[in-house]
Design a binder for this molecule. Structure first.
Ligand code: AP5
Length: 235
């Protein structure tokens, strides 16, 4: 797999501006890890290098909740409680998303699959070439999640202490000046989300490891070091 390493990886720019060099058939990447591990942060940084669009089931569900669709209404009660949304709802969303023109060469899944049935369904939809597991100890997760905010215009991810905007109140990526916080980013819900991760999602590590496509990345380090290791793993 040919991946162009960005010459400069700035910790303040979410998207690495390089020419996409991902010439291949339909193969997808999975970004795997606990809530707050940095999946979304890293997806934004490696999107251009991989040439694959980020497909975040969390973002898709939040859009459905905002739009008040039947899927959103169904999903909201699980999301508010920090529980996983039922598999069939998620699989239906992914089946529709994968038909979009930008998904023709594969996608970069962020937060999907999270259960064995979801992984089995994915195997029928697309080939997964790499599962990148970003590992962060539980004790770091609450601080990360409770300090998170995102640009309301472009979705760039920031943190009150670990990754603030360079200029107060202005998005580094698009210059927007409206930001938002997620309803489920509170200490109580985080504990349920971690429990769901350990009980329902982490068993997938063995499933993918047995296929020889599972790459463990230490996510408890500076953001740009993690990006470099992910790009190395994707080579
Ligand atoms: P989702 O939106 O997918 O949330 P999540 O998996 O809990 O992951 P997060 O988005 O919280 O974290 P992240 O790993 O992307 O971290 P980020 O880069 O933002 O899912 C939400 C809910 O939707 C679920 O609870 C569930 O109900 C439902 N759902 C979604 N998908 C589903 C599925 N497939 N099946 C069933 N239900 C599903 O980083 C976090 C913070 O840390 C940021 O502030 C960032 O700036 C900071 N940060 C990042 N990296 C570093 C670093 N190296 N050092 C210091 N700070 C860092």
């Amino acid at each position: 797999m040919a991946i162009l390493r960005p010459s400069v990886v700035s910790p303040t720019r979410p998207t690495v501006k390089t020419e996409a060099v991902y010439a291949r058939g339909m193969e997808s990447i999975v970004l795997f890890g606990p809530p707050g591990a940095g999946k979304g942060t890293q997806a934004q940084r490696i999107m251009d290098s991989t040439g694959l669009p980020q497909v975040s089931t969390g973002d898709m569900l939040r859009a459905a909740v905002s739009a008040g669709t039947p899927t959103g209404i169904e999903a909201k009660k699980y999301m508010d409680a920090g529980q996983l949304v039922p598999d069939q709802v998620i699989i239906d969303l992914i089946k529709d998303r994968i038909k979009e023109p930008d998904a023709k060469k594969g996608v970069m899944f962020d937060g999907f699959p999270r259960t064995v049935p979801q992984a089995e369904a994915l195997a029928d939809i697309t080939t997964v070439s790499h599962v990148i597991s970003i590992e962060v100890p539980d004790e770091r997760i609450v601080d990360r999640i409770c300090g998170r905010y995102t640009c309301a215009v472009c979705g760039a991810v920031y943190h009150d202490s670990f990754k603030p905007t360079s200029k107060d109140g202005t998005c580094d990526s698009c210059g927007g000046n409206e930001f938002k916080r997620r309803a489920d980013d509170n200490a109580e819900t985080v504990m349920s989300r971690l429990e769901a991760y350990h009980n329902q999602t982490s068993p997938l590590a063995d499933w993918y490891d047995s296929k020889g496509i599972f790459h463990v990345i230490n996510g408890d380090r500076a953001i740009n070091l993690i990006t470099n290791d992910i790009l190395d793993a994707l080579k």
